[in-house]
Ligand binder design. Structure first.
Ligand SMILES: O=C(O)C(=O)C[C@]1(C(=O)O)C=C[C@@H](O)C=C1
Length: 357
């Protein structure tokens, strides 16, 4: 029976035992790095180093292993490596199975401790008050724009961005009913409702749309209503006796969310891909234009500009600006000085690494 495979399986066993030895050799080296990090109070997670390491392996890779598989394998190797160095906790908008949860696992691997929070504010609090080392929050969506709640929380909590990661979002409608016609109420986070507006209006026009603070709250409410349904990740209903009534219901198939990985303290190190700034400007003609001129004169590309109301002062705004430059390095000091001169207040939310999707 085994004859056609016998020799090949023997060779695979040989390779696996070599891989095992090498993985343990790597783990031992990582433990040594961990000891140095603990002494020097360096952060365990170094997204820049991880990104460079994987890009280098992709360049060396001659196949037949596809780079996509290589990336996934290394995500788990690195996740285990960090876990060996120290326990690493990540706060996310729960419950398990939300898009935030999967974005965390896609970026950071499965060897971390993911701690669900009941709302986005609790994620910011967990990081700001040191209850967890990391947090992951949605920041903007390719269909629906900025996540206002996350932006407002940056105004209130002192946290720093350590990395950004992009996750593809495919929404499913999970319900208690047998069919779509019997759905009477759809409970969902407002972001998910907004990303599925057209489908909801055309397919379940009879259903009342009820925004909730989180997908967890939506599931609880859906379970209390005979015609209740909830929008979420394909796996969401599995533990909650809800069945998937329709898949991929977002208005455009190519739906992506940008998530930010937060830490308490900024970490200045090697050059990063991007910087996020939060500024308020004097109420004078041309104030914003002067800031934009600083970037254009320094040949710095701006990838986002969005304003949010300053809640404690009406008709005043905070500007969120993302640029493709590391403004934490000494070379960027002149740009930072000019920005400070032109702003009423200026906060660097982080200079950080982009993890590819
Ligand atoms: O180089 C480091 O700083 C390490 O801790 C090692 C290592 C790795 O396993 O390669 C682990 C965690 C860091 O996020 C980056 C890389």
């Amino acid at each position: 029976m085994n004859e056609p495979f016998g020799k090949l399986r023997h060779q695979i066993d040989e390779v696996d035992s070599q891989l095992l030895q090498l993985l343990n050799k790597r783990a031992a080296l990582s433990l040594e790095v961990g000891t140095i990090k603990a002494k020097g109070k360096f952060p365990i997670l170094n997204p820049k180093r991880e990104k460079d390491l994987v890009l280098n392996l992709e360049r060396l890779n001659t196949g037949p292993l596809p780079n996509e598989h290589l990336r996934r394998i290394y995500r788990e190797i690195m996740s285990s490596s960090r876990r060996l160095q120290a326990p690493l906790t990540v706060a996310y908008l729960g419950p398990k199975g939300t898009f935030s949860y999967y974005a965390g696992v896609e970026a950071l691997g499965s060897s971390l401790d993911y701690i669900p929070q009941r709302d986005l504010e609790s994620v910011f609090q967990a990081v700001a008050f040191g209850k967890t080392r990391l947090g992951i929050v949605p920041f903007e969506n390719s269909l629906n724009g900025g996540v206002g709640q996350s932006m407002d929380l940056f105004l209130r909590y002192d946290v720093s961005i350590q990395a950004e990661t992009y996750s593809r979002i495919s929404h499913c409608l999970h319900g208690r009913t047998q069919d779509l016609e019997s759905v009477s109420h759809i409970f969902s986070h407002p972001q998910a409702l907004a990303q599925c507006t057209r489908w909801l209006r055309n397919t379940v026009p009879q259903a009342e749309l009820v925004p909730t603070v989180s997908t967890g709250a939506a599931v609880e409410l859906a379970l209390q209503h005979p015609g209740g349904a909830v929008i979420g990740h394909v796996t969401l209903g599995s533990g909650a006796t809800l069945r998937c009534l329709a898949q991929d219901i977002q208005d455009e198939p190519d739906n992506w969310t940008r998530f930010l990985i937060l830490t308490r303290q900024p970490y200045a190190g090697e050059a990063r891909d991007k910087t996020s700034l939060l500024l308020t400007l004097p109420d004078k003609p041309g104030a914003l234009q002067r800031v934009l001129t600083i970037f254009s004169e320094a040949h710095i590309n701006m990838t986002k500009l969005e304003s949010r109301p300053l809640r404690f002062e009406k008709w005043k705004y905070a500007f969120f600006i993302d640029v493709q430059a590391d403004l934490s390095v000494p070379d960027a000091q002149p740009v930072m000085d000019r920005l400070r001169d032109q702003s009423q207040s200026l906060r660097v939310l982080g200079s950080y690494t982009t993890w590819s999707a």
